[in-house]
Ligand binder design. Structure first.
Ligand code: HDD
Length: 702
């Protein structure tokens, strides 16, 4: 990996203790790190033991408050390269064509604690810190393009509702409980976002296979000071994919670090994840032109109205050296802006501008968190801000104020020397001071409908299943009813199908009752149905489009035993590896596996440690191993579960016996060596990610 300005800066702080004498925190060499100082062999211990006190005092203070939301995260370093000339839109230095900028990216779940599972049904955070030549720019987004609420005033309530309930701190990392749905059912504006949260977007196959969105509308500002509204999009090169809900639950049990490990291993092996950065460009003149308000964060801007223009590519190419120092201490803030990018008046974004700075001050113990290596700007910082806990910099001189003559006005502000610096976009505002919700934010259902209508049949079924699961977990029947009434505004079909699973019939009376409830809580709440300009948007579905799939970095389980044919293993392995996928041999025991041909190979994965849910596809090669597998219940469990989760399965010619002996039924996703062009057919099915359209048949094989 090439060095850049950020890696060089960080390197100065990396400590390598190999072959070094152990010292106290003050550098005093430690003679004995096993025994406390005692009065006599059998004690008591002495308070004068500065080596013990030094060690224990540090240990006692090792934990800092976890993030109030997005506590569980995984991160990596990388680089962003601008690939398009958009100088007509922005002066942002790092967006100049050809510019390469170091980045640090942190992905997260929202609700769970720091040690919770990766595969929770949840929104994923997608935070990018660009270390630009003009300071740090943070794009703190999510993998879902809209948000639950419109105004920051509701944020603490939303978070209190989704987090474990205060009396018993149950459930961990899950929205399937009363307080969350109580809140949501009383906030019609949340309906659009919960449609996304109940879709497969909330259970990604990999952090490397998620889109990212800036969510809010932002502004780009050019050299003439002209502003243009933009929406930011991250498009993953590996496509957007999810696991099945039943699979997610099982992964949580088998490997709660599934996403963290996947990201780490991919980078470790040189399979660097990549995303394109795109923008939707919305001229200022269009601000008020649509059925939705572009300042309303519960609305997306359909790509059919403003297509996404790709302006750069981000590659993650280095794992952090240390989790705490980098991932945990990284401090993101949507208010960290650089010249050429500004915020819009979205009331949720405006509220965020206070919260992040405030939380970092608390979480990282004071106002000098900017000086931590992971947060330091590469261009250095110069101002008159002084002192505070844990100041690292040693500012020179007697001046810490402005204006001054003693330091010739330095550090000078840009205008003093005719330079520009960061200038807020000039905007005319002529308004009364009010505390209210804009009428232009009043339509809460038409984009939720747009989302539902844009899903393929299997995706719609997953949404119905997810709502049915979550709402079934609610103890208070009234909450279930209110939620169903909200969903009835989105689609009668959706509400009826979910209602069938909950024993509730959607009705006009229920809808009115729900409205009454919502009104009681906020009497001035604007609620108006509007018609969306777009009925259906292809960009909202995750279905793999023809010829767009890839199997790069996918993991294929090869189920083997002693006596397996090496040729049968190697032939398919080389086809898969050519496509960038990985074959992993799984057997009954670790240690050397004997091939039919006589060679051996070390086995690292067994049925004790590995399960089908951690793999993308399964192959059973030929050989004398077949007889052993015939008597291995774990083998059948593996292939049958993969089948249920709509994965591609492949069987060698002799292995067809095993297929016939199992509950797996031959369909277009089950390939055997008797099929024409079988190896390529297996790759083609894998490219679809899953054969979701066969899900119903596969769940109930006749
Ligand atoms: Fe937030 C963290 C994303 C609304 C207040 N948020 C946080 C992180 C992400 C987001 C990705 C994790 C940052 C990291 O990796 O360290 N948040 C969003 C998005 C929002 C949003 C996309 C809406 C569009 N957030 C939001 C609001 C508020 C906050 C309205 C408060 C007014 N968010 C916070 C926070 C956190 C945070 C409490 C917790 C830890 C942190 O900031 O550093 O300040």
């Amino acid at each position: 990996m090439k060095e850049n300005s950020k890696t060089k800066q960080m390197k100065e702080h990396v400590v390598d203790s190999f072959d070094k004498l152990m010292t106290t925190n003050d550098g005093s060499p430690v003679h004995d790190n096993n025994n406390t100082l005692k009065a006599g062999d059998r004690g008591p211990s002495l308070l004068q033991d500065h080596i013990y006190l030094d060690k224990m005092m540090h240990f006692d203070r090792e934990r800092i408050p976890e993030r109030v939301v997005h506590a569980r995260g995984s991160a990596a370093h990388g680089v962003f390269e601008a690939t398009e000339d958009i100088s007509d839109l922005t002066v942002a230095n790092f967006l100049k064509k050809g510019t390469k900028t170091p980045v640090f990216v942190r992905f997260s779940t929202v609700a769970g604690f720091k040690g919770s599972t990766d595969l929770a049904r949840d929104v994923r955070g997608f935070s990018v810190k660009f270390y630009t030549e003009e300071g740090n720019y943070d794009l703190v987004g999510n993998n879902i393009p809209v948000f639950f609420i419109q105004d920051a005033m509701n944020f603490p309530d939303l978070v209190h509702a989704v987090k474990p309930e205060p009396h018993n701190e149950i459930p961990q990392a899950a929205s399937a409980h009363d307080t969350f749905w109580d809140f949501i059912s009383l906030m019609p504006e949340a309906t659009h976002m919960v449609m996304w949260a109940m879709s497969d977007r909330a259970i990604p196959r990999s952090l490397r296979m998620m889109e990212g969105f800036g969510v809010h509308t932002f502004k780009l500002v050019n050299s003439e000071g002209k502003g243009t509204f933009v929406k930011f999009h991250w498009k993953p090169k590996l496509g957007v994919h999810a696991v099945a809900w039943n699979e997610a639950q099982k992964i949580s049990g088998f490997n709660s670090d599934f996403h963290r490990e996947d990201l780490w291993e991919a980078i470790d092996k040189g399979n660097f994840p990549k995303w394109d950065l795109g923008i939707q460009i919305i001229p200022e003149e269009d601000e008020l032109k649509h059925s939705f308000d572009i300042l309303d964060p519960t609305k997306l801007v359909p790509e059919e109205l403003y297509p996404v223009k790709i302006i750069g590519t981000m590659t993650l190419n280095r794992n952090p050296e240390n989790f705490f120092a980098e991932t945990e201490q990284s401090a993101f803030d949507p208010g960290r802006l650089v010249p050429g990018i500004d915020v819009s008046n979205d009331p949720l974004l405006q509220g965020r501008l206070f919260s992040y700075m405030d939380t970092q001050n608390y979480r990282l113990g004071g106002p000098n968190f900017h000086e931590l290596p992971i947060n330091r700007p590469i261009n250095g910082k110069h101002n008159n801000q002084k002192d505070g806990f844990s100041r690292f910099d040693i500012p020179k001189g007697e001046v810490s104020y402005f204006p001054n003559s003693k330091a010739t006005g330095c550090p000078y502000h840009a205008m003093l020397k005719g330079e520009k610096g960061f200038q807020s976009h000039e905007e005319k505002i002529d308004a009364s001071k009010v505390r209210k919700r804009s009428d232009s934010f009043a339509d809460h259902f038409s984009q939720a409908r747009l989302f539902f209508n844009s899903q393929s049949k299997p995706e719609q079924q997953h949404i119905i299943d997810a709502f049915s699961f979550e709402l079934s977990k609610i103890n208070d029947a009234k909450i279930r009813e209110r939620m169903l009434a909200n969903l009835n505004q989105v689609s009668e079909e959706l509400a009826t199908k979910i209602g069938d699973n909950l024993n509730i019939k959607p009705s006009k009376e229920l809808d009115e009752l729900t409205l009454k409830f919502a009104r009681q809580n906020h009497p001035d709440y604007p609620l108006k149905n509007k018609k969306s300009e777009i009925e259906k948007s292809e960009a909202l579905s995750m279905l793999v489009k023809p010829n767009e799939g890839t199997i790069e970095t996918r993991k294929v389980a090869f189920l083997v035993e002693d006596g397996v044919s090496k040729k049968s293993v190697d032939d398919l392995k080389s086809v898969l590896e050519k496509e960038g996928a990985e074959a992993v041999l799984i057997s009954g025991k670790v240690g050397p596996l004997k091939f039919k041909e006589g060679d051996t190979e070390e086995i690292q994965h067994t049925y004790k440690t590995d399960v089908s849910v951690c793999y993308d596809a399964v192959y059973t090669p030929d050989g004398d191993s077949i007889a052993k597998l015939m008597n291995t219940p774990e083998y059948f469990q593996f292939i049958e579960e993969a089948f249920m989760h709509c994965k591609a399965l492949c069987f060698g010619e002799e292995a067809i016996k095993l297929l016939n002996h199992s509950k797996v039924k031959k369909d277009k996703g089950v390939i055997t060596a008797e099929d024409k062009n079988w190896q390529n057919s297996f790759v083609d099915v894998m490219k679809l990610h899953r054969v979701w359209d066969l899900e119903e048949d596969r769940k109930n094989p006749s």
